[in-house]
Design a binder for this molecule. Sequence first.
Ligand code: CTP
Ligand code: MG
Length: 384
Amino acid sequence: MIAAIIAAAGSGERFGASIPKALIQLGDRTLLEHAVASISAVADQIVVTAPSGYEAQIKSIVCDGITVVTGGATRSESVRAGLAAIKGADFVLVHDAARCLASVDLAKRVVDCLKGGAVAVVPVLPVVDTLQQVGADGNVVAAVDRAQLRRVQTPQGFTYSVLQEIHQGAQDATDDSTLALNAGHKVQTVIGEERALKITTPSDLATALTFLGDATTFTTGVGVDAHAFAEGRSTLNDAHGQGHRDLWLAGLQWPGENALEGHSDGDVASHAICDALFAATGLGDLGSNFGTSRPEYAGASGATLLKETLAIINRGGYSISHVSVQIIGNRPRIGARRAEAIATLSAALGGADVAILATTTDGMGLTGEGKGIAAIASALVIKR
Ligand code: CTP
Ligand code: MG
């Protein structure tokens, strides 16, 4: 029996997105889904380590039968959390969700090496750059001979007992082969592959796209929406219940702020994003998709419309690379709740990268007169 642990609990600090790195979209799916797809070809049991708070979201995007556990503060701790959920395997593969494009062939090479008697296996690639040791002063101290050095990748493979043994204590390392080596085990190598690169920064994502093989094109779209503040606020009837009195904007309720008019919840930021996505994909607009011919969307919340828009563009073969929205109005002050709003819109858009900006119009025009709020959104989408 072959089990696999997919380490996906990192926050992706160096990547700098508002969502965990494993949930970033690459082509038509998240990094994690890419990683799961190739590992499931060789593993009978898969355990995914999720960042704390993202367990349910991760559970919803992986297949039934995959175990999701909460990861730890370090990669090694996450692997230990995953290992605790594995029972009775002969071999265990440990893979980084960040190395999402590692191929099935690579996983098979690792498994074959284990079946041939290895207790610890790592995929490696030669180093192509000249290597030098640099001192704290920034000056080169010594040249390093690269001939004997290798770049180490995942999936790495271990017998169940060796992986158990090297994770007995609280050892920490950036990978498991280092722990196996430190514990005195023989670590064997197989040939790695460039496509198993670790996505660390946004530029790695662009490199990874080139490995997806099929033609990928980007398109952009712009969407605009504006609503006036409601006068008879208590008569509003929408997705959040009859007679709501608060503003809904960017997927959030704003207690104490004037509500906007509109046949839905009047969330101009969400509506502008929907239209930007429709514009980028040529799949109509808010009216043609959710208008009078679809009465079930009358009064739908902004988040519901975003989710449905995502489903429509996904069915059309598109995925979101990035969405940004600028809210134009005197109130409310967006800054203090920006992170919350980004998280809410991003969640409605399947973890897409979202930016939210806000501005006033210096007392000029519709929103400057304080009569309402407008939003302009742009979307960058990927067509596969
Ligand atoms: N990982 C994990 N648990 C942690 C830290 C990392 O499961 N506490 C996983 C990451 O999700 C990733 C893999 O280990 O798939 C390799 O880590 P890395 O590329 O460093 O990802 P992050 O730690 O998320 O990124 P950063 O170091 O930039 O924050
Ligand atoms: Mg890390």
